[in-house]
Design a protein around this ligand. Structure first.
Ligand SMILES: Nc1ncnc2c1ncn2[C@@H]1O[C@H](COP(=O)(O)OP(=O)(O)OP(=O)(O)O)[C@@H](O)[C@H]1O
Ligand SMILES: [Mg+2]
Length: 461
């Protein structure tokens, strides 16, 4: 099997287009050079210790030295766990892979839970491949081909190439002549010749020949005559993920599966061969491994099988840094009847470092809401922002963020440009937060379908 990896480096950019989402205001972790969190920076507010801790982890990842570590972000809902992970992703740079998944994503009918986790892990490991080649690049001055007089036997010829600084004559063999003829190379073309393979590529026509009307068509591309030496070294570096290499080399799917995401399960033999090939490349100095980050949000949704799989996977030689987030306290581990902190088995917890997130102060809530207003292009009066902050404090930050969109719509209906206190109040009365909604249910539960009295509800829990 030949391993191909070079075709897909453009694929990933396409999948990362995002609209205004819950975290689109986050552009980084907002740290200074000594990794202290700035009060408000890069869309990030407060939560200083967790941000600083994540900054330390970021530094370690960037150095490329750690792999197979696990970090848990633990804290109440709405305390910025997902936001911090997004901030980390933004600061990693495009060369380090970052994979985001929610714990519940592993439950699909198409593949087993461990396959889903394996794919996520392999999506988070980058392979940086270096290719160095020697090329000859120049403008064709003359091609001279001598056919044997008898009509049979090898052709020989001479090719004159120039740059702006030099000109050289090369002897041509039979194979090169065929290549030149196939590419229809003629004087005035700028070409490159790969010295190792003899492959000839036409870059375009030299500007100096722009007036040779008989040799140009409407599609002709004009390029500058190359500068400097005719012989050049060219190094190409691209980073692909292990998962991308898996998919490309999996006979059943082919690399187009990368676009649809419809990759199905990948055979263990394929992976084994790829692992071997990659270590070979590594020994030969052709490739480096770049451990990236796998972020598993809502990690309490994983079950005992997944957790023990992760235990093992983290010990693997090629493992990414796994960051998890949860808002659960002491609760049942899925798939068992045992309880454990965060619903995560103790033996996995023992391998993790835990970063707590804490509830926000009112001033911080206000700052976050202000940033969200800017993100959603919503002008809000300072009084309205104050009311909204109070709402965030008494209900939840998420609910208050929702009210920005709704109150700005109400304001637009009223043909005013600035959201006023009344608009916020209106939105507040139209849309219930969780507390008021349960209050409402308690008052009117008799009128709803499938009403269960409280004792019954306790039993089923
Ligand atoms: N420190 C912060 N700076 C800026 N925005 C924040 C910050 N913390 C939270 N937010 C924003 O507040 C909202 C809620 O935060 P987030 O989704 O990160 O909470 P969470 O801790 O992941 O909650 P859950 O446990 O429910 O998943 C998001 O829109 C997020 O971008
Ligand atoms: Mg979250």
């Amino acid at each position: 099997m030949s391993i191909t990896a070079s075709k897909v480096h453009e694929v990933r950019e396409i999948t990362r287009i995002e609209r205004i989402g819950a975290h689109s205001h986050i552009r980084g972790l907002g740290l200074n050079d000594s990794l202290e969190a700035r009060n408000v920076s890069q869309g990030m507010v407060g939560q200083f210790r967790a941000r600083r801790a994540t900054g330390v982890i970021l530094e370690m990842i960037k150095e490329g030295k750690i792999a197979g570590r696990a970090v848990l972000l633990a804290g109440q809902p709405g305390t910025g766990k997902t936001a911090i992970a997004m901030g980390l992703a933004q600061s990693l740079g495009s060369d380090t892979p970052f994979t985001l998944m929610a714990g519940s994503e592993i439950y699909s009918l198409e593949m087993s839970k461990t396959e889903a986790l394996t794919q996520a892990i392999r999506k988070s490991i980058g392979i940086r491949i270096k290719e160095e080649s020697e090329i000859i690049e120049g403008e064709v001055v003359e091609i001279q081909i001598d056919r044997p007089v008898t009509g049979v036997g090898a052709k020989i010829g001479k090719l004159t190439l120039k740059t702006t600084e030099m000109e050289t004559i090369y002897d041509l063999g039979n194979k090169m002549i065929d290549c030149l003829m196939k590419e229809k190379v003629q004087a005035g073309d700028v070409i490159t010749i790969d010295k190792a393979t003899g492959k000839i590529s036409k870059l375009g026509r030299s500007f100096t020949r722009a007036r040779d009307y008989d040799a140009t068509g409407p599609q002709t591309r004009f390029v500058q005559c190359p500068e400097g030496e005719l012989q050049k070294r060219k190094e190409v570096v691209h980073t692909v993920t292990l998962h991308e290499i898996d998919v490309i080399n999996s006979r059943t799917h082919g690399f187009l599966a990368l676009f649809s995401g419809d990759t199905g399960e990948i055979k263990p033999e394929v992976r084994e061969q790829i692992n071997m090939k990659v270590s070979e490349w590594r020994e030969e100095g052709k490739a480096d491994i770049v451990p990236g980050v796998l972020f598993i949000d809502e990690v309490h949704m994983l079950d005992i099988e997944c957790f023990s799989f992760l235990n093992r996977a983290l010990e693997n030689e090629m493992a990414p840094v796994v960051i998890m987030a949860t808002n659960r306290g002491i609760t049942k581990i899925r798939g068992t009847s045992y309880k454990s902190p965060h619903g995560i088995p103790i033996d996995l917890l023992d391998r993790m470092i835990i970063v707590p997130t804490v509830p926000y102060q009112e001033a911080e809530l206000k700052e976050i809401l202000k940033i969200r207003c800017e993100e959603e292009d919503c002008e809000m009066s300072s009084d309205a922002l104050l009311v909204l902050t109070r709402i965030a404090n008494e209900t939840s930050l998420r609910y208050a963020i929702q009210l920005i969109t709704t109150s700005s719509l109400i304001c637009r209906r009223n043909k005013t440009t600035e959201v006023s206190v009344d608009d916020v109040k209106r939105a507040y009365s139209l849309f219930l937060d969780e507390n008021r909604s349960s209050q409402f249910l308690k008052e009117y539960q008799d009128d709803f379908m499938f009403y269960e009295n409280e004792e019954h509800a306790m039993e089923t829990n």
